[in-house]
Design a protein around this ligand. Structure first.
Ligand SMILES: Cc1cc2nc3c(=O)[nH]c(=O)nc-3n(C[C@H](O)[C@H](O)[C@H](O)COP(=O)(O)O)c2cc1C
Length: 329
């Protein structure tokens, strides 16, 4: 895939570790969502540079328990896949990375951003940002055991201002990671708190590694804002990608100065049904239907029409795949 350069230089080729990509927009990890069923959809359009799995618990993976097929499955069309792991000991993470490497991972990402209390209580996710020395050891252990491209996804200090951003970044660089992904919020901040792009910019300035900026990108305007305020090498998108598998194509075409035609309602319905069909190969009917009910608003509410609202209300009541098919087809 060759992507025409954009005149303002936002969309450009990206090199991360040993990998090169034709553009620099990346699909974020989304627990409960970014499985293969979801990731495959973007390949009907211009796909992201690479996409990331849901967070996988390193401990569960190596003990071979509680890691559903959905977390690991990869469709043949998925060109570059990152598996994200959460762990807190060097040996567990190193072994998990070896497992994921054997499964064909292209990139391993260490989750250092999850804010959930049940994850932090176990010393995982964003809790690791409080102990840069331990973080260094973890990154180093994965690096020594695994030659794949390695990233660490972090959150920033934000308004908490613990002064740890710099130490965290130094630990990641010294540990041997290939790049850093920065979500511009503190772990205590919800989405109603604005991202601190200036702190991402400081990390870009300080880090010897490429930095991928993440937080609040949903259209070309917000992408441009993030790019101009942070100068990141690439950009990661999470919430805005839900129900919009064409988003990467849209952003690239719009950044090139082209007009992107929003997919027709028929195409959106096809995407929704493909998502359901993909999910059925990975999950029970009950789980697939529950997830597609939850995701329906991302596909249809953006339509902002009475018909879409009515469809949504009906979809929320569906109990079986057959009911969804009868309603939507
Ligand atoms: C439903 C949901 C699930 C998420 N799951 C993960 C996850 O498994 N791992 C992770 O690092 N971040 C996860 N995140 C955070 C996103 O990857 C991203 O950092 C955050 O949403 C900010 O990006 P955005 O403004 O583009 O949504 C999740 C976010 C949401 C909304």
């Amino acid at each position: 895939m060759i992507i025409e350069d954009t005149f303002d230089g936002i969309i450009k080729p990206l090199r991360l570790g040993q990998l090169t990509f034709p553009h620099n927009l990346i699909q974020a990890p989304l627990a409960g969502i970014s499985c293969s069923a979801f990731r495959q959809l973007a390949y009907q359009f211009t796909p992201p540079a690479y996409a990331c799995s849901e967070m996988i618990m390193a401990n569960d993976l190596i003990k071979n328990k509680n890691t559903p097929l959905r977390y690991l499955h990869r469709a043949p069309m998925e060109e570059t896949l990152c598996y994200q792991v959460a762990g807190k000991t060097a040996s567990t993470l190193a072994t998990a990375a070896t497992h994921l490497s054997a499964l064909g991972a292209d990139i391993i990402d260490l989750n250092c951003g999850c804010p959930k209390p049940k994850i932090r209580r176990k010393g995982l996710g964003s809790k690791l940002l409080e102990t840069p020395d331990l973080l260094f050891q973890l990154v180093q252990a994965v690096r020594k055991n695994c030659s794949l491209t390695l990233s660490v996804k972090i959150r920033i200090d934000g308004q908490q201002d613990s002064g740890l951003n710099s130490e965290v970044v130094q630990a990641i660089v010294a540990g041997g990671a290939d790049f850093i992904i920065v979500h511009g919020r503190n772990w205590q901040d919800d989405y109603d708190v604005n991202c601190f792009y200036e702190q991402i910019a400081e990390i870009v300035e300080e880090s010897a590694l490429p930095v991928i900026g993440n937080g609040d990108i949903c259209d070309l305007t917000s992408l441009k804002r993030m790019a101009s305020q942070t100068h990141c090498a690439g950009f990661m998108i999470a919430r805005a990608s839900m129900g919009q598998p064409w988003l990467y194509q849209q952003l690239i075409e719009e950044a090139q100065g082209h007009t992107f035609r929003r997919p027709t309602p028929e195409t959106i319905i096809t995407c929704y049904l493909n998502h359901l069909q993909n999910l059925q190969t990975l999950e029970s009917e009950k789980v697939a239907v529950m997830q597609m009910r939850r995701l329906a608003k991302f596909y249809f509410a953006r339509e902002n029409s009475e018909e879409a609202d009515t469809l949504l209300q009906k979809l929320y009541r569906c109990e079986t795949v057959q009911e969804i098919l009868l309603l939507v087809k």
